[in-house]
Design a protein around this ligand. Sequence first.
Ligand code: S3P
Length: 425
Amino acid sequence: MKFTRTQSLHGEITIPGDKSISHRAVMFGSLAEGTTEVTGFLRGADCLSTIDCFRRLGISIEDKGEQILIHGKGLHGLSAPDQILDAGNSGTTTRLISGILSGQTFETTLTGDASIQKRPMGRIMEPLSQMGASITSLSGNGCAPLRIDGRPLHGIHYTTRVASAQVKSSILLAGLYADAPTSVTEPALSRNHSELMLNFFGAEVKTEDTTATIQPEPKLAGQKVQVPGDISSAAYFIAAGCITPDSEILIKNVGTNPTRDGILRVCEMMNADVTRLHENADSGEPTADLLVRTSSLKGCTIEGALIPTLIDELPVIAVMACFAEGTTVIRDAAELKVKESDRIAVMTENLTAMGARVTATYDGMIIEGGHTLHGAVIDSHLDHRIAMSFAIAALNADGETEIQGADCVNISYPEFYRDLLKIQK
Ligand code: S3P
């Protein structure tokens, strides 16, 4: 797909449903008794993989257009699938479902696409094994395909090496089936959607500092879930509004859970013109509309506990940094290397191809802003967040940019190019 410079961006975008919350609504709805009605569900390929896996585990899930209906069968209602489960490109599906499958009375094989088969699963295999599950990497390299033999599980207290909501949630979900409470302590707080939604469904999850504790064997009941818009999808329009001349964009329905809103704090540090409007906290997951205008950005340092609150936004923040005055330093973000692609290497390679001054470090990037970007051929490495980040860069670069594998945006934001085109003036 090809892009050239845009003059300005104007208009309104309504952000599609949050990917993390959509996955969890399907999973917890499946484990609840009765029907769960999900509005605002994200129909991205990753969340459709979750639906497919739970259908194969015997759950009836209806797509009614406006709503997804999940006819849950309770904590012990899943049945053995007659095929290998396929999580596609989705790390969240793979890691969270592994926790659930560890507590079943049957054996499952779980795989995914080429990217998933390279992503580290040792980080869940170790704690789930400590709980008593039998979980094996069939290739022997700590990656999927995984064979998971459900066993009676024990409650543990586990300290994770990285702040990862996928790891934390995997352990907490196994904890639903344990013989005693299960706790997870992380080095910094990762997104807490599992904790909030499990409590909403009737589980007992308590959080103190960076430790979450779940009580076993709750009775989960079907609920109505309203999924807010995904701040990770809004991020592309936040960046675009800031770096494109003469622009003003109203971004509607953005989830602003404090464990996810790091990009808004970075916007403050970078002097971005972003205003929160219509803040609403009625549904347990706060939302706001964001008014974004062309900004004179300044470089900043992004590190420490802020990193897990914006981990998926770092590719597009790196693009913003190219348009800022001064240097931006991103550190403590080695996790970027084990996402859908090695995002430190891929961002550095592609931004450099466009004329940016970027140095990759072992846990981040150093970006010297203020150098005009030019068009280039960009390899997305089939990573949705790379494709979307470079579409934003390309609208603000001289000449033509070609993004290879641009369709991978289907993973998290199928209407991305349509929405982007809508606001180009
Ligand atoms: C996710 C957690 C994050 C994030 C991913 C979705 C989730 O991964 O990068 O896109 O839904 O829990 P980690 O928590 O493993 O960093």
